[in-house]
Design a protein around this ligand. Structure first.
Ligand SMILES: [Zn+2]
Length: 241
């Protein structure tokens, strides 16, 4: 049993007390067992090991709902000759130029840097939309490995796009499908998958069809095609994808 003490506690519990000026959190393993006034919890758990918050704020961690691991090492980067004047030039000259050089090793280094930054900033869950067109297969698995190493929760996907040709596009679709299958099989509460796609102007109709087919095979009995749109007859299953 541990007690985090000596902090201003924000519980975000709107059905109970949301704030304690002198709060404490009791936890055992991965489970928070009680929150409340420090004096009361100290009396109740006299043998608990104390973690001193040193007068800081104790609160649930942040969730980063939109991030890009491929850019983690690009902070402050200035690319010689890249002076974009519009959105397309920003993409082509900066972000695509970076992700076209990201190998698996680069992806791993970027993920490690991002997860360390997350921990420093109090973020314990991320939703990441990844691209590394130098080396696509296995990239989401590299990120997942890094996520596990640092103990964060991650929901990951790969950015499908036609921008680097058909072969790369198909690899990107496959990477999403492989990682979705992996997460469904592993059932690791710290890992989840989405299906990622880039902005509409880099995805053709054919690519969209292939993205849908990758997760809803035409022979899948739970899939129906209605009015040109794919839907899944099991809505709970559909929402999980
Ligand atoms: Zn974004």
């Amino acid at each position: 049993m541990y007690l985090i003490t000596n902090g201003k506690l924000i519980t975000r519990d709107d059905s109970a007390q949301g704030y304690f000026e002198h709060g404490a959190v009791a936890f055992e393993g991965r489970l928070i067992t009680e929150v409340g006034e420090e004096a009361a919890l100290r009396a109740k758990y006299p043998d608990a090991q104390i973690i001193d918050a040193k007068g800081g704020v104790i609160m649930p961690a942040f969730i980063n709902a939109h991030t890009h691991i491929y850019s983690a090492l690009a902070r402050g980067l200035s690319i010689v000759g890249n002076n974009p004047t519009n959105f397309f030039e920003v993409l082509d000259g900066t972000w695509w130029a970076i992700d076209r050089h990201l190998t698996l090793e680069g992806t791993r280094a970027s993920a490690n840097a991002l997860y360390m930054d997350c921990i420093k900033q109090g973020v314990t869950t991320i939703f990441d939309h990844h691209a590394s067109y130098a080396e696509i297969p296995g990239s989401l698995f590299e990120i997942a490995e890094s996520s596990r190493k640092f103990g964060l929760r991650s929901c990951l996907c790969y950015e499908v796009s036609d921008r680097d040709g058909e072969e790369k596009c198909l690899q990107a679709i496959q990477e999403n499908a492989d990682f979705i299958s992996y997460c469904e099989k592993e059932k690791d509460p710290m890992l989840a998958a989405m299906f990622g796609g880039h902005a509409l102007f880099t995805i053709s109709d054919q690519t969209f069809e292939r993205m849908v087919a990758a997760i809803f095979p035409p022979d899948d009995p739970v899939c129906q095609k209605l009015d040109g749109e794919y839907v899944n007859s099991d809505s709970a299953d559909h929402s999980s994808r």
